[in-house]
Ligand binder design. Structure first.
Ligand code: GDP
Length: 298
């Protein structure tokens, strides 16, 4: 995912570390290259600009050019700043608020983002890793195939799904899921909402109505990581209208440029909680900023 960015940065830093003594201008030139590399990775402009500014200020503050290993110092500052831009100030990755059983998790996102797949992956993880009893329900009344897809996934991974009843609207299904989760002693119920190809008012209204009916503990936005800045715009819109608690970036196994991961936190203020790394049901990882920063710097 970060191969290109990684390669570009390692080129810049190899030159810096090999150089021995560095002038302020050397650092400036290197940071200009870092900025270009970030923009080419589809990181949003303000994020790339702030990033380079923060590194520049720290490098000056720590008088790196006067240190014994100036190049390494710059790399260290870049690493720390990468981690900061990925994680924000607090540390909310991976962890889901799923106390007070049954805890509702609302899965939202555009059609094709990987929402249903991610619902299955997360249900599997909660069941196997966290020992939770999970119930999944599809609210996609517009696409019977999507409802069946979730049922098939449920059978595959051994997680219960809410029986499909024709003629209900999304709120009615959500309420039935809540009731069944309560009566059945489930820890978590996951609501896989309907997506659209684009954000529209009807979709948002429906998701808002479902949200108000169940008061979710987590509202996770699933976005396609390959779409770069568009993913970040989608997140801003969903957050503005519905309020999200975190993001799952899918297709991070693909050859996208990685910009979505780097801009998401800074632009939306919401944490990336998980990343999807393939189509299989166990291809989901918690988002670890320090590991990602390490991967980017190679
Ligand atoms: P939905 O319309 O948002 O529910 O999307 P789906 O869950 O049906 O996923 C759409 C397609 O993306 C399917 O073919 C999934 O197998 C695939 N997909 C989902 N997540 C990932 C991922 O992390 N990596 C890859 N490579 N494919 C994914």
């Amino acid at each position: 995912m970060f191969e290109n960015l990684s390669e570009r940065l390692s080129g810049v830093f190899d030159r810096l570390t090999k150089q021995g003594a560095l002038s302020d201008d050397d650092v400036k030139t290197a940071l200009r290259e870092v900025r270009v590399a970030l923009l080419e990775a589809d990181v949003s402009l303000p994020v790339a600009r702030d990033f380079v500014k923060a590194v520049q200020e720290k490098a000056t503050g720590q008088s790196v050019t006067k240190s014994v290993t100036p190049g390494q110092q710059v790399v260290k500052i870049v690493h720390d700043e990468l981690q900061h831009v990925l994680a924000g100030d607090d540390d909310q990755r991976g962890e889901l608020k799923i106390d007070n059983a049954p805890a509702p998790i609302l899965m939202v996102g555009l059609q094709g983002s990987g929402k249903t797949t991610t619902t299955g992956k997360l249900a599997k993880r909660l069941t196997e890793k966290n020992g939770k009893r999970v119930l999944m329900a599809s609210l996609d009344i517009y696409r019977p195939a999507a409802m069946q897809q979730l049922q098939i996934l449920g059978t595959q991974i051994g997680v219960d799904t809410l029986p499909i009843v024709a003629g209900e609207n999304a709120v009615q299904i959500a309420k039935r899921a809540k009731q069944q989760a309560t009566l059945g002693g489930y820890d978590v119920y996951m609501l896989d909402t309907a997506g659209r190809l684009q954000i529209d008012e009807t979709l948002m209204q429906e998701v808002e109505d479902v949200r108000d009916a169940v008061n979710p503990r987590e509202t996770l936005l699933v976005v396609d990581g390959l779409t770069g800045q568009v993913a970040v715009e989608v997140a801003e819109e969903f957050d503005g209208k519905i309020g999200i608690s975190g993001v799952v970036l899918t297709r991070m196994d693909g050859d996208g440029r990685g910009g979505a991961a780097l801009s998401m936190r800074a632009v939306t203020g919401k944490p990336i909680k998980f990343v999807g790394l393939g189509e299989k049901m166990d291809a989901l990882e918690t988002f670890e900023p320090e590991r990602v920063a390490g991967r980017i710097l190679g």
